[in-house]
Structure formats: C-alpha cells, structure tokens
Design a protein around this ligand. Structure first.
Ligand SMILES: C[S@@+](CC[C@H](N)C(=O)[O-])C[C@H]1O[C@@H](n2cnc3c(N)ncnc32)[C@H](O)[C@@H]1O
Length: 281
C-alpha cells in the first residue's frame, strides 16, 4: 500500500478520472469507425491503494490504476499498461487486480525506459492505430526530460505531475551553491544545461564591501512559479497544446506540485482546462 498524500491526492485522481471518462466518451464515437486501439499507460502506478493521514485519522482510497480500470461506460480502454518500479508495490497491484478480465499488463520496471519504448512503438507501423491516455504521477523528480521527448508528435494525451515546489525549488539552494549531484538531477529533470538553469533562477550583482567589490548570487523570487512556467514552455516544445496547471498546495499553502495535461489535440486540452479550472477554484 502506498502511503502519502494530502487532499490533493483525491483531487488529482478525480481530475484524471473525469478526463478519462470524457476521453472515452469521445473515443467511443470514433474508435471503431477508424480502427483505433485505446491504450491507458500509467508510468508510476503504485500499489492499487493509497493510505492517507495518521494512525488516529487513517483513510484508504483506491489508487488511480484501480479507478481507471473500473470505468466501463461508455466503454473501457482496450489495454492497460501499468509501470511500477517498486517490486512490492507492483506485486500488490498485480494481485489486487487479478480478477479483472480486461487486458492488463503490470510491469516492474523504470518508467523512463517504458516511456521511451512506448514512444518508439507509437512511431512504428504497429503503433500507428493506437491512441494513448497516459498518467505520469511520480512522487519526486523521477521523470527524466529525455523520456518525454520520445513522445513528441505522438497520439498521446498525458497528465504529468511536476514537482516544482517539493522538487526543483528544494534543489535550487538560496546562495546558488548547488552540489554536483543536485545540479545533475536538475539537468536531467528539466532537460536544460546548468548554465541555463543558473541564469534562469539566479541573479548576479556586485556589492561594495569593506574589502572592495564582491559578486553576490541571489535566487530569483517565485522560483516555484518560474519552474512551472519553464516546464510548461518546455512541454510546449514537444506537444502542441498544454493546459494551465492544477496547483497542489500543502496545509501551509505552499505549492508542492503543478499538474499539467498535454496533447496534440486542441479540444482535448480545452476539456482538460475546464476540469482543471473547476478544481483550482
Ligand atoms: C505517487 S506514487 C503513485 C501513486 C499512484 N498513481 C496511485 O494513484 O496510486 C509514485 C509511485 O511511483 C513508484 N516509482 C518511483 N520511481 C519510479 C520509477 N522510476 N519508475 C516507475 N515507478 C516508480 C513508487 O514506488 C510509487 O509507488
């Protein structure tokens, strides 16, 4: 059982499920006519259920994988592909959905490798008739930018959780003295060079001190919002349309994540934006 999440966990899953139902309603009209095969891909699938709260106030909810599998009307997906790196979680998920008669794969691997394989597959002749709804729900900075690039120009609508506040911002040290491991992580995650990262998030100024002029590095204000804006622009280089984000805050009102949907279909993003607006308000 996965243990994490504030109220945003519920909202995130409700947003995804609402979109999936709208997606399947639209696809139901066209899939048979055009011979499309509908695939649901979950890159960070979890164990099937989520435990929230503490010992006195514990609540267990169904994870996204099971919620999506429950959808039958107006139709279900043709295939489900769940990726989960943790062996115990993958086994738990597998056994908790073993009674389904749907075509389901649970793969105990790294999401990055599987997104890459999916990208290759969708570009092949076998993948041309596939339409994919993807859910990328990491708990931290596990998604590499490079993996997403393999989905460029493909028939994928993807919901992507971006750890702006609880990931990127935490690695951007106030004084700019970021360790080698952290700057490498930022490079891999954002797909940007360290020069670009530093110039986007830090300002250099010179101050007069007792011993003459000194260079001072200061972190930009609103680094969380800025990281979301940068990530959104990066997504727009791969997908024609990107939604406004659903913003996930903790109990102290600090932003933890931004949740985006990307697609090459304008109407898909329009529908997603309507759902996001409802939850942001
Ligand atoms: C936030 S949880 C996912 C929750 C799930 N979407 C749900 O609704 O129940 C993130 C999951 O990703 C898994 N994970 C972490 N790194 C991963 C990786 N590189 N590839 C695949 N899964 C990974 C973790 O073990 C964890 O179960």
């Amino acid at each position: 059982m996965n243990e994490f999440g504030g109220n945003w966990t519920d909202a995130k899953i409700e947003i995804l499920v609402e979109y999936a139902k709208a997606y399947l309603t639209i696809m139901n009209k066209y899939a048979d006519r055009f011979g499309w095969n509908l695939l649901y891909f979950d890159g960070f699938a979890g164990s099937g259920s989520i435990t929230k709260g503490n010992d006195e106030n514990k609540k267990v909810i169904l994870g996204a994988a099971k919620r999506i599998l429950e959808i039958d009307e107006p139709r279900s997906f043709d295939e489900y592909y769940f990726v989960e790196k943790d062996t115990h979680n993958a086994q738990e998920l597998k056994s908790s959905i073993s009674s389904t008669n749907k075509k389901v794969y649970v793969v105990n691997e790294d999401c990055n490798a599987k997104i890459h394989s999916m990208g290759q597959f969708l570009k092949s002749s076998k993948g041309k008739n596939r339409k994919v709804l993807a859910y990328i729900d990491p708990c931290g900075m596990q998604l590499n930018w490079n993996s997403l690039t393999s989905l460029k120009e493909s028939n994928v609508d993807a919901w992507i959780l971006v750890p702006t506040g609880m990931g990127v911002n935490r690695l951007l040290k106030k004084d700019g003295k970021i360790s080698e491991a952290w700057i490498e992580k930022l490079e891999t995650f954002l797909g940007m060079s360290r020069t670009d990262i530093l110039s986007n998030f830090y300002n250099q100024s010179e101050v007069i001190t007792l011993f003459g002029e000194e260079k001072v590095t200061t972190k930009t204000e609103k680094a969380v919002e800025k990281s979301a804006e940068i990530y959104k622009n990066r997504l727009n280089e791969l997908f024609k349309h990107v939604t406004e984000p659903y913003i996930l805050k903790n109990s102290s009102n600090s932003i933890m994540f931004h949740f985006f949907m990307v697609s090459n279909n304008r109407n898909a993003v329009k529908i997603a934006n309507q759902i996001i607006n409802k939850y942001n308000n």
